[in-house]
Structure formats: C-alpha cells, structure tokens
Design a protein around this ligand. Structure first.
Ligand SMILES: Nc1ncnc2c1ncn2[C@@H]1O[C@H](COP(=O)(O)OP(=O)(O)OP(=O)(O)O)[C@@H](O)[C@H]1O
Ligand SMILES: [Mg+2]
Length: 162
C-alpha cells in the first residue's frame, strides 16, 4: 500500500483500490472524472450512511455527462430516475425505500444492467441482484466538510486506474 499526499489530498493506493480524502469540490471533480470512463453495462454502487454524499456524487457524475444544465434530484420516492447522457442512459437508483429486493425488477434493473449505466445508492438493498462486476465507491464521513472515498472496481479488468 502506498500513502501519498498530492495537492493536500491524502491518497492511498493498492493494486485493487484507491482511497482519497476530499471536500465537496473534490468529490464533484472525482465524480466527473469517473463519469468520463463509464460506458453501457457499467454498474457503480455508492455505499455509505445517511448524508455520506452519495447523491452529491451521483449528481456531479450525471451533470458532467449532460450537455444542458439538468436538475438532478434524489429519486427518494420514485426510487429510479433515468438520464440520456453522452455515454448512454444513466439509471440513478436510490433503493433506501425498497421493500424487497425483487421489487428492483419493476424498476427496470435488468434493462439498466444489460444496456444502461447504473448508479446505485443503498446497493445493499439489491441483495442477490447485486452484480459481481461493478465499481464500488464507499463514502465515509470524516467531518462536516470531508469524506473518505474508496474506489474499488470488482470483477472489472478493463476499468481505468485513477
Ligand atoms: N466532501 C463532501 N462530499 C459530499 N458531500 C459533502 C461533503 N462535505 C459536505 N457534504 C454535504 O453532505 C451532504 C451529503 O448529502 P447527500 O444527500 O449527498 O447524502 P446521501 O449519502 O445521498 O444521503 P442519503 O442516504 O440520505 O440519500 C450534503 O449536504 C453535502 O453538501
Ligand atoms: Mg441520497
């Protein structure tokens, strides 16, 4: 494991994961960098407690791929919202209120996984539907302004190294 400080940002890298400590601007920047590498069939799981910054990350990611300045709201009650972006259709899920994992079928998850780009808040709710090939992003609250972010591509050999 390597620990380095770049531009005041502590960064830890191993062969399989990268960890960064970032403020909100840094998180937005990271989300738009990752967005550029996404293509159809990619599944990005956003792990973290209430208020960890999952929606902020998803919003920055989606907005960076849209030509016009579209509003990205949390799909708290609809559970899913789709966006036609430069890289393909993004399916933004917030599964916090999912009642049973099978309910995701009604939310188009098969189409999302097979032909879209999926960005999923509360991926633990997917249970047996959680794909093995995915990018895990974990957000941990350090303080009011800082989050520790870990990026771990799982079962992906073609994902870029940050
Ligand atoms: N470094 C940071 N990264 C992300 N959010 C931050 C950061 N610092 C402060 N925040 C604030 O933390 C809050 C994160 O809220 P957000 O809705 O994104 O969380 P969430 O993980 O989606 O929560 P929920 O589980 O309720 O959907 C926002 O108010 C945001 O401004
Ligand atoms: Mg949210």
């Amino acid at each position: 494991m390597v620990k380095i400080t770049m531009n005041g940002i502590l960064q830890t890298m191993t062969d399989s994961e990268t960890t960064l400590t970032l403020d909100l601007e840094g998180v937005k920047d990271l989300a738009s960098k990752i967005a550029k590498a996404l293509k159809p069939r990619d599944v990005l799981c956003l792990w973290g407690t209430l208020g960890a910054g999952k929606t902020e990350f998803a919003r920055a990611l989606i907005q960076s791929l849209m030509s016009s300045n579209v509003e990205v709201l949390s799909p708290t009650f609809t559970l899913v919202q789709t966006y036609d972006t430069a890289n393909g259709t993004i399916w933004h899920y917030d599964l916090y209120r999912l009642k049973s994992s099978d309910e995701v079928l009604e939310l188009g998850v098969e189409e999302a996984f097979s032909s879209g780009i999926s960005v999923i808040e509360w991926p633990e709710r997917l249970e047996e539907w959680l794909p093995r090939r995915r990018i895990d992003i974990s957000l941990r609250i350090i303080n009011e302004y800082l989050r520790e972010i870990t990026i771990k591509p799982t079962g992906m050999h073609d994902f870029f190294k940050l």
